[in-house]
Each structure stands twice: as structure tokens, then as C-alpha cells.
Design a protein. Structure first.
Length: 255
């Protein structure tokens, strides 16, 4: 779109800085599907304790080493004094910063607070049961466990429309299947409207998003990001084990 397109470098920098916010959106949408934080309601699922829900994701983001995204959600956040994360051999790995969290509004139920921290993967870290020791202000302690497999899920590629392409109004967005990925979520931004997030897809089980009618407009300029993940609500691996986010891809729609 000669003469009218914004500077791409500045736009991309802004979008890349939104990767973490988009992943939070994805994680919170997953966490909000859990009906209860009570261990008794989930049988032998060790992610759940009477204090809340614990999970670890191995994240592969562009231009940085893989890292852990550790989360703990609870409907009683004021009761939490500390959350210590341990390796499979019970060595201290991190203490969650309780000032880093998002809040989920729940209909007819108490709000849920999700503590989310990025944690470096320790050198030589292996597969196994990582754990969280949750200490409450009244002295009670609980232990949540998550089985983690250390590897990197590849980034999505093969975008259709291709990056920086100008196309007629598309009916869908497509990409190559990511090896070992079972699910995807797509985030679309309108670059002519202050990079506004205009669509967050449901969890998809194939590498295609059929676009809602009227979402994109002729003459529009858009970016999209794909969050790929291996599993969904696994009793051993939690919400999911591995996740990846590709760099934002852009396309314009012919007038």
C-alpha cells in the first residue's frame, strides 16, 4: 500500500512487546475453564490442591532461549504467603513473585487470581515431576505437582497469506501443521487501529482459522500470531506441556 503504510519496524516492535500479553490471554482462557480449585473434585490430578491449581509450560518464543512459564491459580489469593518451585530432585528452582498476576472474573463464583512468572530453565534440567510448595498465612502447606518434558515445540510457519503479502479479502488463515502440536490459538490485530486486538480464536485442532464474517475489511492492514500447544488438559501434563509463539506476520487486504 504505497504512500500509506505505517513504518513496519516500529509496528513490529510494538507487536512483539505484546507477545507476553497474548500468552497471558491464552493461559487465562484455559485456566478459566477449570470449574474448581479443589483437589477432591479432580481425583488423582496432582495439579490441584485445596489451595489452588499449579502448572508449568515450556515456552518457545522467537529470538530467546526456551523458558518455563509457571502459573498458580487460586480463589483465595490473600491466604497465600509464598509459592516455592522445586525441581524433580527437590532442589529449589524459584519463588513466585506474588505481585505478578492476572485476575479472572467468574460468573456466580469468586474471582480467580492467576500468578504467572517466567522462570529460566536450570542448566541440565531434565524431565520429571516439578512441584510447588504453597504456604498459606495460617501455616498450612500444600504441594502441587506437574510432569514436565523438556523440549522445544517448533514455531508455526508457512503462513497463508504470506508475511507482508497483499491479498483479496481472505476467508481463512492457514499455516503448516506444527510437529507434535495438537492445538492452536490465533490472535489478530488491526494495524490501522492502534494495533488493536480484534480477534482471539477458540482452541483449534487443525492449522486453519475460518475468519468470522466481516472481521477483515478491504484496504485493511493486519498482523496475526499463532500459539501452538501440544496437549489440552492432560492429567499428567496439565493444561499443556509445550507451547510456542511465532513472530507476528502481517498482510494487507486490497481495496
Amino acid at each position: 500500500m504505497p504512500g500509506t503504510r505505517k513504518d513496519n519496524q516500529g509496528t513490529r516492535t510494538g507487536i512483539c512487546s505484546a507477545l507476553q500479553a497474548l500468552l497471558f490471554t491464552c493461559l487465562l482462557s484455559v485456566s478459566s475453564t477449570h470449574a474448581s480449585n479443589q483437589q477432591g473434585s479432580h481425583g488423582k490430578d496432582t495439579h490441584y490442591t485445596d489451595a489452588g491449581f499449579f502448572d508449568v509450560h515450556v515456552c518457545n518464543w522467537p529470538d530467546r532461549p526456551a523458558f518455563f512459564m509457571v502459573l498458580f491459580s487460586t480463589v483465595n489469593p490473600d491466604a497465600v504467603k509464598s509459592i516455592e518451585i522445586m525441581t524433580p530432585d527437590m532442589q529449589p528452582m524459584a519463588a513466585l513473585d506474588l505481585n505478578r498476576y492476572r485476575t479472572i472474573k467468574q460468573k456466580n463464583k469468586p474471582d480467580k487470581r492467576v500468578f504467572i512468572n517466567q522462570v529460566a530453565i536450570p542448566p541440565g534440567a531434565g524431565d520429571g515431576w516439578y512441584s510447588a510448595r504453597i504456604t498459606l498465612s495460617d501455616g498450612h502447606e500444600y504441594t502441587g505437582k506437574d510432569f514436565v518434558k523438556i523440549s522445544r515445540l517448533p514455531l508455526a510457519a508457512g503462513h497463508i497469506p504470506a508475511n507482508e503479502a497483499e491479498v483479496t479479502l481472505p476467508r481463512s488463515l492457514q499455516w503448516e501443521a506444527v510437529p507434535a502440536a495438537g492445538f492452536y490459538q490465533v490472535f489478530i490485530r488491526d494495524l490501522w487501529n492502534d494495533d488493536k486486538l480484534i480477534h482471539t480464536s477458540k482452541l483449534l485442532n487443525s492449522p486453519e482459522l475460518v475468519l468470522p464474517e466481516g472481521l477483515l475489511k478491504p484496504g485493511g492492514y493486519y498482523s496475526w500470531i499463532i500459539h501452538a500447544r501440544d496437549t489440552n488438559e492432560d492429567v499428567m501434563l496439565g493444561d499443556f506441556n509445550h507451547g510456542s509463539l511465532n513472530k507476528p506476520a502481517t498482510f494487507s487486504v486490497a481495496p
